[in-house]
Design a protein around this ligand. Structure first.
Ligand SMILES: Nc1nc2c(ncn2[C@@H]2O[C@H](COP(=O)(O)OP(=O)(O)OP(=O)(O)O)[C@@H](O)[C@H]2O)c(=O)[nH]1
Ligand SMILES: [Mg+2]
Length: 446
């Protein structure tokens, strides 16, 4: 996510070695300028950031501490634009959001992600399929809504998107939905037809906010098109999609400043949970590798059931962790989204991130094998892995389609993992974990 920028910020901070040395401040700022431009942060934004840091640091007296605090203040200012942050509910539900953007920018995916984000917060969400232009657009949205278990309003025989939207709004009011999200059609470029269609929509029903989905891979163009959209259609927020694919990462830092429209969310992967709220102060902490504990707590607390977590912890401690618990954990991990995005929310973890493989909880071959194996087990076997003797293993091999060697390997791994978890949950757990990390991920457990 922000690793490139975080790394360059760290390097520049290290340039300030001596107090009151203007020369070291200049070195730090030069380093920062080079890496900000390389990260694709707009040159005007870069210049403004550096000037302000220079002035503020000198005012406070040059030191590493004053440089860091000035950097934080300036980044916070740059990322903060007048307007709302995160999702804001209207006092008169259903809060109605119009999703707009160019073709392929990620509108439909982001509509699903936003619906999922709100659903996890226990909101009743209705999604309206108002892209009647592209073949298959309705099916795509239907599939997404089915996956996240959110209601959709669609009508494949209707040709008039305004009619769909009016009907969806009526349904949202009648059935007391908290939120209505409207997915619209995209165009290759900004054209009159598209703008007229969107204008007509905003005139036909009461819309609370218009979100613009910008593709981070389009770099500086993302800001330019957002500005022209905003000139025609007053935008209330930007969702930056495909941030996972943007190796430079600078668009997130400059888009709000360039467009004067607040960046509200970022999409960090293809999956539905890969979606994060963009709150400037939290992002600044992450940029300085101080993590986003608040964000992490918010994300995990809505998904992890505290009681369940305690139960699992006590089972692990007693060495009673079984296959049923494993399946439950796996399901929960899936809802949390990508491992990398979670790690980037932990303080001081940015360097570790590149060495950690991103696990795909749905499509990994290994997990598919494990699931096939578990589903061939009887209920008793799932709860008590010790029951698995040679003849039972043979049966599992036939049932799961894995050969006996694979079955043995997975069972051995599971045993090893629960042993390791037990050890880590013990008195010296933190020490053991540190040892493990300092051994470069190679465990020295039996
Ligand atoms: N890696 C990654 N892929 C994304 C993200 N958001 C969207 N995509 C992918 O981008 C492609 C286009 O996304 P859509 O949501 O269909 O885009 P759209 O704006 O609705 O497209 P049209 O309806 O054709 O205008 C799909 O393959 C998505 O899976 C993201 O945050 N990360
Ligand atoms: Mg779409």
């Amino acid at each position: 996510m922000f690793e490139v920028i975080t790394e360059s910020i760290k390097n520049s901070i290290n340039k300030i070695r001596f107090s009151n040395a203007e020369v070291s401040l200049n070195n730090a700022l030069t380093q920062l300028r080079k890496s900000f431009l390389k990260a694709d942060i707009h040159h005007k934004t870069t210049k403004e950031i550096l000037n302000s840091i220079d002035i503020k640091t000198k005012q406070k007296g040059i030191s590493q501490k004053s440089f860091i605090s000035s950097l934080k203040e300036v980044l916070n200012d740059i990322l903060t634009t007048t307007g709302n942050q995160g999702f804001v509910h209207s006092s008169k539900p259903p809060t109605t959001i119009l999703m707009t953007g160019l073709q392929g920018s990620g509108k439909t995916t982001s509509t699903g992600k936003l619906a999922n984000y709100l659903k996890i917060k226990n909101k009743k969400v209705l999604v309206a399929a108002a892209d009647l232009q592209r073949f298959g657009a309705i099916e795509q949205l239907e599939q997404i809504c089915q996956e996240i278990e959110v209601d959709i309003y669609s009508n494949k025989n209707e040709k008039d998107s305004i009619k769909i939207i009016k009907e969806a709004k009526q349904k949202a009011i009648n059935d007391m939905y908290d939120v209505l999200l409207i997915d619209t059609a995209g165009r290759l470029a900004i054209d009159e037809n598209l703008m007229n269609e969107l204008k007509n929509i905003t005139n036909s029903i009461n819309i609370d906010e218009i979100f613009y989905v910008a593709d981070s891979l389009s770099g500086q163009d993302a800001s330019r098109t957002a500005i022209s959209f905003n000139n025609k259609l007053k935008l209330d927020g930007i969702i930056l999609s495909k941030y996972d694919g943007d190796t430079k990462g600078g668009v997130a830092l400059s888009i709000s400043h360039q467009t004067k429209i607040p960046l509200r969310f970022i999409g960090t992967g293809e999956k539905m949970p890969d979606f994060e709220v963009f709150i400037p102060s939290r992002i600044v902490n992450r940029l300085l590798d101080e993590g986003d504990i608040e964000g992490l707590a918010e994300k995990t607390s809505s998904i992890i059931d505290n009681k369940e977590a305690k139960k699992v912890a006590s089972k692990i401690k007693k060495g009673q962790f079984n296959f049923d618990d494993f399946l439950k954990q796996l399901d929960m991990m899936k809802k949390l989204g990508s491992m990398k995005s979670l790690i980037s929310m932990m303080p001081g973890m940015s360097q570790m991130k590149s060495s950690i493989k991103d696990i795909d909880f749905e499509n990994s071959d290994e997990l598919k094998k494990i699931k096939a194996l578990i589903s061939s087990m009887t209920k008793k076997e799932r709860l008590n892995p010790e029951l698995l003797n040679i003849s039972r293993k043979k049966r599992l091999s036939i049932g799961s389609g894995l050969n006996e060697m694979q079955v043995n390997r997975i069972l051995k791994q599971f045993k090893h993992a629960s042993k390791m978890a037990k050890k880590l949950s013990g008195k010296n757990g933190m020490k053991d974990l540190q040892n493990m990390i300092s051994n470069n991920g190679k465990s020295n457990f039996p």
